[in-house]
Design a protein around this ligand. Structure first.
Ligand code: CMC
Length: 434
């Protein structure tokens, strides 16, 4: 990656009477940044930023978020335009290669993905070692890491050809792995991929078909699945993406770096929020109980939070949530489902958006608020939701990992700390300790 940052001036800070000048950099969009790389060398001090609320960890040309305006762009294209007009593999190409593909580029890309959808047969045996009631994310994290044992040829991450092959393989194999995770949990036979189907169609078939019955794909559900994949494909330097970059920065095997991302995504503050959001909507149960839960979320003595609400970066409506809400309606209409959960979600959103607590803190629905309603209607159990998120985000993780490896300024990620433990002291033998 060639750097496109430009110097836009200087920032001056004073450290214990010594004035230090640091470069002020600007990108294409977004706030300027103070480049502190030389701060320690110049002034002998570090910056402290737990949670990275004021820290950029890298230069990236993939995704831009304007949290105040609620804008999300992939390589410059707004997410709503991509969700409306393109397909997941087209977005994957865009994220990985930087431009939308021509028809022939797309056909070649799609073919190169589909020919890698099968898994090594040994992987199927690997599943048998797990309890059937394991959380699907436990299985997925382990299975993705296990793939590194099957592809030792991906170890040379400096080789662009090996990197490209590892990228195509991982995008192709994630739906097969995710579907196996699901089938294993319900005790049904694994379904092999059918490469004549589209990415989303193939995935739904591997999840919901059984050898004893004919399977007919539903185009509305296929489109909804594909859209959910698009909406989750990448999201800048979030926790799991930063984890992938950090794990990969040591030169780790790419499959292992992606497995680290899957692990990070699992938590309820991140990818696990879609599961938590639907569980919460179910617990609320009926629209008349919404007020009670809104009050609970505001109570400083109660740790309860409205799941699917709030975001570190968005201080406005998450643009993905808008598309998700629309898709939820389309899917429920298609299936003729009258799920009270959608009514609860809509009432909760309305009340929260008018409530001072949420308005003051700029808490809006995020991508996870409506996704659970859709996935539930399609037929996925809640524990599978984060698995589907991981499947889609794999594309973003890979784009970001490759970008990092191609960045000449990349070094191993190694944050520092402020030490507040004991001062140096001398060891006392156990017999002499009081
Ligand atoms: N419900 C009630 N209050 C909230 C919520 C919520 N969902 N989110 C934040 N707040 C309050 C929080 O209590 C704090 O209030 P106060 O200033 O009085 O102490 C204030 O808003 C700021 O919250 P914060 O925890 O400092 O914000 P953060 O940027 O560290 O956290 C978040 C962001 C997404 C972890 C948080 O909003 C949250 O826990 N939301 C629920 C979980 C969720 O939906 N996560 C999915 C995020 S989007 C998909 C993804 O990233 O994977």
């Amino acid at each position: 990656m060639q750097s496109k940052m430009k110097q836009a001036g200087h920032a001056r800070i004073e450290v214990e009477g010594k004035s230090v000048e640091l470069p002020l950099m600007e990108g294409t969009d977004g706030p300027k940044v103070i480049d502190v790389r030389k701060l320690y060398a110049q002034a002998g001090v570090f910056t402290l930023d737990p949670g990275y609320t004021s820290t950029g960890s890298c230069e990236s040309q993939i995704t831009f978020i304007d949290g105040d305006e609620g804008r999300l762009l992939h390589r410059g294209y707004p997410i709503d335009q991509l969700a409306e007009n393109s397909g997941f593999l087209e977005v994957a190409y865009l994220l990985l290669r930087g431009e939308l593909p021509s028809q022939s580029q797309f056909t070649a890309f799609e073919q190169s993905i589909t020919r890698h959808t099968m898994l090594h047969e040994q992987i199927d045996r690997f599943f048998e070692g797990f309890r059937r009631d394991s959380h699907p994310m436990a299985l997925l994290t382990s299975a993705v890491a296990a793939l590194s044992a099957f592809y030792p040829d991906a170890m040379d991450i400096e080789d662009p050809e090996q990197r490209n092959l590892a990228t195509l393989r991982m995008i192709a194999k994630m739906p097969t792995l995710a579907a196996r995770v699901y089938k294993y949990s319900i005790g049904q036979p694994f379904v092999y991929p059918d490469n004549s189907l589209s990415y989303a169609e193939n995935f739904l078939r591997m999840c919901f078909s059984v050898p004893a019955e004919r399977y007919a794909p539903n185009p509305v559900l296929t489109r909804a699945m594909d859209r959910i994949f698009i909406l989750h494909a990448d999201h800048e330097q979030n926790a799991s993406t930063s984890t992938v970059r950090l794990a990969g920065s040591s030169g780790a095997h790419p499959y292992a770096a992606i497995a680290a991302g899957v692990a990070s995504l699992w938590g309820p503050s991140h990818g696990g929020a879609n599961e938590a959001a639907l569980n919460m909507l179910r617990e609320i149960g009926t629209p008349d109980r919404v007020g009670e839960y809104v009050k609970k979320a505001q109570d400083p003595d109660d740790s309860f939070r409205l799941m699917g609400f709030g975001h570190r970066v968005y201080k406005n409506y998450d643009p993905r949530a808008k598309v998700m809400q629309q898709t939820a309606k389309e899917v429920l209409d298609e299936l003729g489902v009258n799920d009270p959960v959608l009514e609860v979600a809509q009432k909760l959103e309305k009340i929260a958006l008018e409530d001072d607590y949420f308005v003051e803190r700029k808490l809006y629905p995020n991508v996870d608020f409506y996704s659970g309603v859709i996935l539930n209607a399609i037929g996925f159990p809640t524990e599978m939701f984060t698995v589907l998120f991981a499947l889609a985000r794999t594309v973003g993780w890979l784009a970001q990992l490759n970008e990092m490896i191609e960045d000449p300024s990349q070094r191993i990620g190694r944050p520092r700390q402020i030490y507040t433990g004991p001062d140096q002291r001398d060891f006392i033998p156990v017999r002499d300790r009081g």
